[in-house]
Design a binder for this molecule. Structure first.
Ligand SMILES: Cc1ncc(COP(=O)(O)O)c(C=O)c1O
Length: 394
């Protein structure tokens, strides 16, 4: 069927119809090509595809039509030249770094990272002779000092998981480029809707599509967005030969997720802001961390580089782990789960789950105290969420 003219389409339209590639059946929903391989009419056709002399799919580890539709749609909304979808957010982080690094290289990263990202950078990369340096991501002087030496890659997430600390993307990208580094931003907490790292100077954006892009607790997925040359010459060869492929079925679910992404994320942000305000005024809450609150130490930066304060917030309940567990265990509507970005509201206790492997002094430096609770705000009515939190805190 003829390709659609996408020129001039607004974001919401592209999220629903972008890169639609209907088969000869004219199906309404995106076709699901649940196949591992592809056949060729003649032996020479296979040779032509393997030698890049003819377009076409060969094997789903290299590429698949449903996955390709998801990649093209996500690239268009991110404003990226290219996208590679992978099996999870961690596969995306790992591939974005490993495909480009070699022994002797140097990586500078923000200290406040999701536990598995920290493990890749702090534990795995040094085993392969990559020097890694962690800095306080909120401190531009620390970045300046660390980036005074030639560096291959810079990695950070903003806002960070779980303490919602921000990194000034434009300022760090400028410092990184002077040091010769490629900047990788994990944009999970912001989603493609709230923050545009590439427009602010980043080179590569990674997503756990498991989070807001699926956003309905159904499947894992990830994506790496980059220039076409990086994808073709560095990233895709690495993925093709190491194999963290996204299942076509998961790509199909993620396409359905993209259709409703603005409806969900905008509503979840509105509820998160309301809950952050409510909890900030609550006598049983010691402190709230939310980039959309004026009390956030980087509120001005949040206003500059984010469209809203995110769908997540974190708060300290005082009284240590026992009190935090008590609050979690008393919640009736909000479920205890370490996932995030879901249509169901979820709470987690980072100190004993996602960040439990960090040494205690590191946790303290990152503000991951024993009384910290992270809340991923879902699509339930905000008044029901307030009622549930109030009865749990009472
Ligand atoms: C900031 C961040 N990056 C990456 C990931 C990993 O994503 P996945 O679970 O899809 O591998 C997570 C998961 O929570 C995350 O919060």
């Amino acid at each position: 069927m003829a390709a659609q003219d996408e020129t001039g389409w607004r974001l919401e339209t592209r999220l629903v119809q972008g890169a639609l590639d209907r088969s000869h059946h004219g199906e309404t929903a995106e076709a699901l090509y649940l196949t591992s391989g592809f056949v060729y009419d003649r032996a020479g056709d296979a040779e032509d595809r393997f030698k890049d002399r003819a377009p076409g799919f060969m094997y789903s580890r290299y590429g698949n039509p449903t996955v390709a539709t998801f990649e093209a749609r996500l690239a268009a909304i991110e404003g990226a030249e290219a996208c590679c979808a992978v099996s999870s957010g961690m596969a995306a982080v790992n591939a974005a770094l490993m495909c480009n690094l070699k022994a002797g290289d140097r990586v500078v990263a923000a200290r406040a990272l999701f536990g598995s990202c920290r493990y890749i950078i702090g534990d795995i990369l040094p085993r392969f002779g990559v020097e890694t340096v962690f800095v306080d991501g909120a401190d531009l002087d620390a970045w300046r000092l660390a980036l005074a030496e030639p560096t291959a890659m810079v990695f950070f997430e903003t806002p960070s998981n779980p303490s919602l600390e921000l990194v000034d993307i434009a300022a760090v990208a400028a410092l990184a480029h002077r040091a010769g580094a490629l900047v990788v931003v994990d944009n999970v907490f912001s989603t493609p809707l709230l923050q545009r790292p590439l427009a602010l100077g980043a080179d590569i954006v990674v997503y756990s599509a498991t989070k807001h892009i699926d956003g309905q607790g159904r499947c894992l997925g990830g994506a790496v967005l980059s220039t076409k040359i990086f994808r073709d010459e560095v990233l895709h060869p690495y993925l093709k030969h190491t194999g963290p492929s996204l299942s076509p079925f998961n790509a199909w679910l993620l396409l359905k997720g993209l259709e409703t992404l603005p409806l969900r994320v905008n509503q979840q942000c509105r509820s998160a802001e309301r809950l952050a305000q409510h909890l900030e005024a609550h006598p049983k809450v010691r402190r709230v961390l939310y980039p959309g609150l004026e009390s956030h130490p980087q509120y001005a930066l949040a206003r500059l580089q984010m469209q809203a304060g995110s769908t997540l917030l974190a708060f300290y309940v005082g009284g240590g782990k026992e009190r935090a567990f008590e609050v979690l265990n008393r919640l009736k509507l909000i479920a205890i789960s370490n996932n995030l970005g879901d249509s169901k509201s979820l709470v987690t206790h980072p100190a004993t789950t996602t960040h439990s492997k960090l040494p205690i002094e590191e946790r303290a430096a990152l503000g991951i105290d024993d009384d910290l609770i992270r809340l991923s705000v879902g699509l339930e009515h905000v008044d029901d969420l307030i009622t549930d939190l109030d009865q749990a805190l009472a």
